[in-house]
Design a binder for this molecule. Structure first.
Ligand SMILES: O=c1ccn([C@@H]2O[C@H](COP(=O)(O)OP(=O)(O)O[C@H]3O[C@H](CO)[C@@H](O)[C@H](O)[C@H]3O)[C@@H](O)[C@H]2O)c(=O)[nH]1
Length: 486
């Protein structure tokens, strides 16, 4: 049996790395001939290490993790102007280490005693799409594993087409204040998309727009795009791109890590505290709040959330992540209790629980949880759909407002907030939060019904014969057919 190896290059944030690792594992499960190498970049120390280690340990004969040497990052000033431009530059500086690592792997596999393994190509995170140039240089095909949805793929193609038509444009035209409802015909969306839900990098003149357009242009050179979505969810969007005009797309999701992530804040004592508390709550009575692996709120917003929850009268589990301490931090901001409204904990007593990092998938799977106030990171959306828990939208950064808009268009979310108000720092008020919670917990029966139906479809999609199962098979066949004779 001839063996084939795929070389994955994930972006090392939790929201990207974990689903990519799970997809790599899924491929091994599908086909005994496949093995994978994960080339790991270390951008954020700590949090992703435990996952990478577990990946390397789970099937050591078929998954290997190689740490790429660290590079000097671009200046922090660039990060402040535009995180997207910063990461774009960072990826470019990884070209040389990547080239060396892939060359080493290729030469080792061709001389191995245990029979030759053919290198089938690179599987790149979307941020790493510029690395298709390295693959081409080495004569290898590249594929993209898109950790978000088809709608975002549509936006990228739209930006790159628009840019090809007029490459002198260095930013997207920002509508005048008050005209954020200007609409755009983005492929993959049934209805025109208002400006206010486009990701903010689209309007960033300091390199954010330029970086994304350059990334988007590279997608066209990929041999295929695997998307963490499923046909039943994005039926219209997926069918728009089965058109032979872009690289083939493969909706392979949901690709979710059903085991809770190891995290320094989540030892067995903390996990037991959370799960035992949930065990003692009535069915569908708890609203869960969590804003992903990156986002956090400042003290004024934390106070408003607390007041909103209190006023809603509902039970809640709140995963409260504190912002990283800065030098001029006021004493106490590391301690959530110090910034909660006075007397809050005494007043809510057993009605609510505040935790740090949560075992999110376990929480969403618990029968006590009836709603989820979320920042609309794509993994959180898929996890909530998988568990049949309706989401209340509160996008905070990146492409989350587009995700929230998509969920609204599909009738799968209770809308609390659709945009992040251009990052103005304006707080969401206790009243708005209370309304969102009341809507999902007391009303929203139509949304709840649709979400439950979608949960069934999500599970069916990934089982034998389901749409994503078949799509994954199709990817494997195409990928093997594309292997170059090197
Ligand atoms: O207390 C927590 C917080 C998060 N998670 C997990 O961490 C992941 C978070 O992923 P996601 O919901 O996608 O949020 P981000 O971490 O913000 O993800 C980044 O990556 C996503 C995928 O590309 C994008 O959709 C987001 O906008 C981007 O911020 C999920 O699997 C959660 O289950 C926990 O287990 N416990």
């Amino acid at each position: 049996m001839e063996k084939v190896e795929l070389i994955f290059v994930p972006t090392p944030g939790v929201g990207h790395l974990v689903t990519t690792g799970e997809f790599a594992k899924r491929l091994l499960h599908f086909d005994d001939r496949i093995s994978v190498t994960i080339l790991s970049m270390k951008w954020f120390p700590g949090i992703t290490d435990a996952y990478t280690e577990s990946l390397a340990a789970c099937q050591p004969d078929r998954i290997q993790v190689i740490q790429l040497p660290q590079v000097d990052p671009p200046s922090f000033h660039l990060f402040k102007l535009s995180p997207e431009a910063f990461f774009y530059e960072l990826i470019l500086s990884y070209f040389a280490p990547l080239r060396n690592a892939v060359r080493d792997i290729m030469s080792m596999r061709s001389t191995s005693d245990s029979g030759s393994t053919r290198i089938a190509g690179l599987v790149l995170d979307v941020f790493c799409a510029p690395m298709v140039d390295v693959a081409t240089e080495l004569g290898l095909p590249s594929y993209i594993y898109l950790t978000t949805n088809t709608a975002f793929f549509g936006l990228m193609l739209y930006l790159s087409t628009r840019h090809c038509q007029n490459s002198s444009v260095i930013e997207y035209p920002k509508p005048e204040a008050g005209n954020m409802d200007l609409e755009h015909l983005i492929p993959g969306f049934v209805n025109p998309v208002p400006s206010r839900v486009l990701p903010s990098f689209v309007f960033n003149k300091d390199g954010g727009y330029a970086a994304f357009v350059k990334i988007a242009e590279k997608l066209r050179y990929a041999k295929g795009i695997m998307i963490n979505t499923f046909e039943e969810l994005e039926h219209y969007g997926v069918n728009c791109f089965y058109n032979g005009q872009n690289p083939p797309i493969y909706p392979v999701g949901p690709v979710i890590n059903l085991n809770s992530l190891p995290h320094p804040e989540l030892d067995q004592v903390q996990r037991d505290r959370i799960m035992k508390w949930l065990d003692s709550q009535p069915e569908s009575s708890v609203v869960y709040l969590c804003f992903g692996s990156i986002a956090s709120h400042g003290p004024p917003q934390v106070k408003e959330i607390a007041l909103g929850l209190e006023q809603s009268g509902h039970r809640f589990l709140w995963s409260l992540h504190m912002p990283p301490p800065s030098q001029d931090d006021a004493a106490g901001t590391k301690n959530p209790e110090a910034i909660l409204p006075e007397g809050f904990l005494e007043r809510i007593q057993e009605r609510g629980l505040i935790c740090g990092w949560a075992p999110q998938v376990e929480v969403l799977s618990h029968k006590a949880v009836g709603g989820f106030v979320s920042h609309c990171g794509w993994n959180s959306i898929l996890e909530s759909l998988w568990c049949g828990v309706p989401i209340v939208t509160w996008p905070m950064h990146a492409e989350q407002q587009l995700n929230a808009y998509l969920m609204k268009e599909l009738g799968l979310a209770v809308v609390m907030k659709l945009d992040f108000r251009g990052g103005t720092g304006e707080v969401v008020t206790a009243d708005e939060i209370k309304e969102g919670v009341l809507q999902v917990m007391d009303g929203g029966s139509e949304v709840r019904k649709k979400v439950k139906e979608m949960a069934g479809m999500a599970r069916k999609a990934v089982t034998n014969g389901g749409s994503s199962f078949n799509s994954t098979r199709r990817f494997i066949e195409d990928m093997i057919g594309n292997i170059p004779d090197i």
